[in-house]
Design a protein around this ligand. Structure first.
Ligand code: C2E
Ligand code: CA
Ligand code: CA
Length: 342
């Protein structure tokens, strides 16, 4: 781990050229053997196994070979096989998490989150979305998610929630697909959903690849009225220059900063700086993973626009969300009372 960090510190510095900034990303696979009988080929082959896992893991850039890794690779391959049929077998479903505006106490947005009912288990997207990305299945799956989320958004608009914004997560691989814009536009048209009721969430990583084509895609989406937000803000790259180049509406402050912020001053400082950065760039701000009343109060004091998290509501089914929206007015009073009392 130390060696990995030493090398990445040197190698992953931004390379600044006349044509912009460039980044190199490294992945590492290690294999250690105390067994004299292991031959060179086996050692190298197993290091490659570790490397392939590192390449496919968005959160970890190195793996040390262990025999169980082979099992993991096999399990992943089996899951990918089953995922191929998940849409056809009606195994995917969506849940929705409300986003609460701190000033008005109204639910102003909703994030779409996908689930996979596989046998008796519900598999988390944190597990299968990376596999869908790896295998390319994210393209049809992402299209299915966007369609279903748009149908739900249209249902809400028809119920009279005409300003509600439904957010959909878009993975990097989906985003760089040449037909992405067309697919989004086609979906809006088919469903009859106004573009202003749709938001797309992308992660910072998207801005670092193919800057020009990313800019074109974002400008196009923006020009038809779709909202754009940056997910997991603060965990990605250190360069912030993309914030001034890309047509972004909203920063989603990553939940890792919120989680312990009620007992951690560094987290508080980071949250305050992100909010002040966002405000000075006229971006709207939402905090994710808000679980504690102290979080709500702190964020409200800093002027954060919206919150999302278990404190207000877990992700819930479409029908439950409609009930929650109906009750929102009552809850709204509670939200304000609780906070004013503290
Ligand atoms: P994300 O986009 O950052 O989504 C927020 C995650 O935080 C969700 O996990 C949500 O259930 C969870 N969460 C919300 N409030 C709280 C809270 O107060 N406390 C805690 N501890 N967690 C909270 P989930 O649904 O398991 O999704 C995990 C990740 O999978 C998402 O992270 C997103 O990156 C990906 N994902 C989920 N749905 C989709 C999708 O439809 N398409 C794509 N491409 N990715 C998706
Ligand atoms: Ca998200
Ligand atoms: Ca997030």
């Amino acid at each position: 781990e130390k060696l990995t960090n030493t090398i990445t510190d040197v190698a992953e510095k931004a390379i600044t050229t006349d044509n912009g900034e460039f980044f190199v990303e490294l992945d590492f696979g290690y294999n250690v053997s105390s067994n004299q009988k292991d031959d060179r080929n086996t050692l190298l082959k197993n290091a490659h196994v570790a490397l392939s896992l590192a390449c496919n893991d968005a959160h970890k850039n190195f793996y040390l070979y262990q025999p169980v890794l082979i099992e993991e690779i096999q399990r992943n391959a089996q899951l990918i096989d089953k995922l191929r049929y998940a849409i056809g077998k009606n195994e995917l479903f969506l849940v929705f998490q409300p986003q609460l505006n701190l000033e008005s106490g109204q639910v102003t947005g909703i994030e779409t989150l996908v689930r996979w009912q596989h046998g008796d288990n519900v598999i988390s997207p944190a597990e299968f979305i990376p596999l869908a990305e790896q295998s390319g299945l994210i393209v049809p799956i992402g299209e299915w998610i966007l369609k279903k989320a748009s149908v739900f958004a249209k249902r809400l608009v028809d119920l009279g929630y005409s300003d509600i914004v439904v957010a959909v997560n878009v993975s990097p691989r989906q985003f760089s697909h040449p037909m992405f814009c067309q697919m989004v536009q086609q979906t809006l048209l088919e469903v009859g959903l106004p573009a202003k009721n749709l938001e797309l969430e992308v992660t910072e990583g998207v801005f670092m690849r193919n800057e020009e084509s990313t800019l074109d895609v974002l400008n196009h989406l923006k020009s038809i009225g779709i909202h754009l937000s940056i997910d997991d803000f603060g965990t990605g790259y250190s360069s912030l220059s993309y914030l001034k180049r890309f047509p972004i509406d909203k920063l989603k402050i990553d939940q890792s900063f919120i989680r312990d912020s009620h007992r951690n001053d560094e987290d508080k400082a980071i949250i305050a700086s992100i909010i002040s950065l966002g405000k000075s760039l006229q971006l709207s701000l939402i905090a994710e993973g808000v679980e504690e009343l102290q979080h709500v109060d702190y964020l409200r004091r800093l002027g954060c626009d919206e919150i999302q998290g278990y404190w207000y509501s877990k992700p819930i089914s479409p029908d439950d969300l409609i009930v929650l929206l109906e009750e929102n007015v009552d809850h709204n009073h509670q939200v304000n009372q609780i906070s004013f009392a503290t």
